[in-house]
Design a protein around this ligand. Sequence first.
Ligand SMILES: Nc1ncnc2c1ncn2[C@@H]1O[C@H](COP(=O)(O)OP(=O)(O)OP(=O)(O)O)[C@@H](O)[C@H]1O
Length: 255
Amino acid sequence: MIETRDLTHRYGPSEGRGEPETESSADPDAPASPVALRDVSLTVPDGEFLVLAGANGSGKSTLVRHFNGLLTPTTGEVLVDDDPVGDDLVAARTRVGMVFQEPRDCFVAATVARDVAFGPENLGLDRAEIDRRVERALAAVNMAGRGDERIDRLSGGEQERVAVAGALAMEPSHLVLDEPFTGLDESARASVLAHLRDLHREGTGIVLVTHDLRDVLDPADRLVILADGAVAVDGAPDAAVDALADLPVRRPERC
Ligand SMILES: Nc1ncnc2c1ncn2[C@@H]1O[C@H](COP(=O)(O)OP(=O)(O)OP(=O)(O)O)[C@@H](O)[C@H]1O
């Protein structure tokens, strides 16, 4: 279970841009960033398929990056299975797998199997267990037998599936995907979505961040819409979409 309690986040001057903030890099005269998340309290039970939507800049990526400790709350708390995320980042990242919008920026190896093996290797697992996980993860995304292929020669949809396999090899209880359909054509999008449905059926919790609500509400258990860093709508997908009409929230595109 992932839980945020009164989570508020305000970015520091260099936070989230790949540079750790240090005393010397923090400019005391820099204008304070606006609040990216305000008092978000959300519980994501195990096994739930949650779709997280909202306009550009509403705070979706900021929220999910707290789920495995990529960002630290300015105030409030984030817990995974009742443990504060910051207490044990390795445990949190094992339980909550993350797939980013541009997976090609996140690959660490030249070939499919080596990349998928990277996470389990870092857990210090033995070779037989690593191989079992790689095989299982590749099969789950329909890439069985393609472990020796070069990632840079795969299509965007296939690369997305390798990224999902890499996260799955950690055997997380929740898989968080931030705009996984960006750049995919219709058939690749449908294929990735089909794999997410299968994973959900097998018990993995899915948190899907997307602007594009076509087809994703059918498998979803719940739809959460953020507006200006706060939860504007939270409910069963159909009811939540209907509620949008009564709120000062832009209806998600192509909904
Ligand atoms: N690294 C950063 N430094 C400063 N401000 C940031 C940073 N990342 C995001 N923000 C700001 O935080 C707010 C929320 O951004 P976030 O990326 O979480 O929104 P989002 O809903 O995921 O947007 P999008 O749909 O465009 O990806 C925005 O105002 C954004 O400008």
